[in-house]
Design a protein around this ligand. Sequence first.
Ligand code: PLP
Length: 389
Amino acid sequence: MDTLTRRAMVKGGIASLPLTAAAGRIAAAERQGPDEFAALQSRVKFTGDGPQFTPPEAIDVLSRIVNDRGIDADYYSRGGVVTELEERMAAILGKERAVFVPTGTLANHLAVRVLAGADRRVAVQYESHLYNDSGDCAEVLSNLNLVPLAHGGGTFTVEDVQELFDRTASGRVTTGLGVIAIESPIRRRLGELFNYEEMKRISQFAREHGIRTHLDGARLFMAADYTGISPRQYASLFDTVYVSMWKYFNAPSGAILAGPAELLDDLYHPRRMFGSALPQAWPLAAMALHGIDGFEERFAAGVRASEELIVALDAAHGLRVERVANGSNIFELHVTGPDPRAYSARLALEGILLPAPLPGGGFALKVNETLTRRPVAAIAGAFADALGN
Ligand SMILES: Cc1ncc(COP(=O)(O)O)c(C=O)c1O
């Protein structure tokens, strides 16, 4: 059991709390000693795309940034370190302009809002975040009509787009297909990737027909590691692209929306209209910039560790790994024997955190840089020991 967990349990009777509540309580209660801090930093977390810093870890990172390079504060999300982040991301993504937005939900919404113009239909995936998890913001707040494609799958085809385009053009009342939005990797499909060749065909079709395109690339920098296609290559197929600043660059929140200057130069007006010009965004921007530095190497090392781990787990009696077809950083682990929650609780006592079990059984484990915090053999050993055989 890691020191932190043991002390917290003794102090707070924490064993009775659900796991996520317990994790939060441990972080809040134990912020003093170096032992506790070291325990926090030795945790291997299969729960997210990045280390998901606890408050003590986030404050530690921020104070290191202040000491090492200083932070130039922004004013209402303009200037200072926010501009620095925007310029850095625009350069990486090969776009003229990048704008900081406090959430990815708003980045997607603002993107389709500014892209659509007079043509109010927006093609999206049935399984996308924009269609399912944004409270119909595009319909309710921006008078757009989202048309879902690819029911039961992740990738829609250029033929699907052609059909929607023709149907739209033949309607009794004139309307237009203004935007095609694609999400990849796809959150609701355990990180499945949109087929790249199809993406290229759709991008070509869109250019030929004057339809604008948006990429929800929340996890674009992770996808690059699995496909060998750089974020810039992906971004070149789309007018605008959104990338998360918190999922794996480790800011507490934040998103970047990048694209043509003509569309994004004045984006700070709608950003403010939606109440999202944070008066002080510098902690978010500074932490994101810090996370971007060296991300490629850290994540690649995590992926290498995960590939070794997958082999070791799959070889263990009582464990079985299932890869996601066309997947990225998520794999399923199926456990025979112990109750999944008890299994997860045993690993948590060793500082190895699993997400809640999947409804159909098993766990969807996320690969991230925390997998390099311990030797692969030690992690695999803990998974085998927790079976209690
Ligand atoms: C693919 C995708 N797009 C957009 C979002 C929204 O991002 P945020 O939580 O920053 O609003 C998420 C968050 O889970 C996501 O997974």
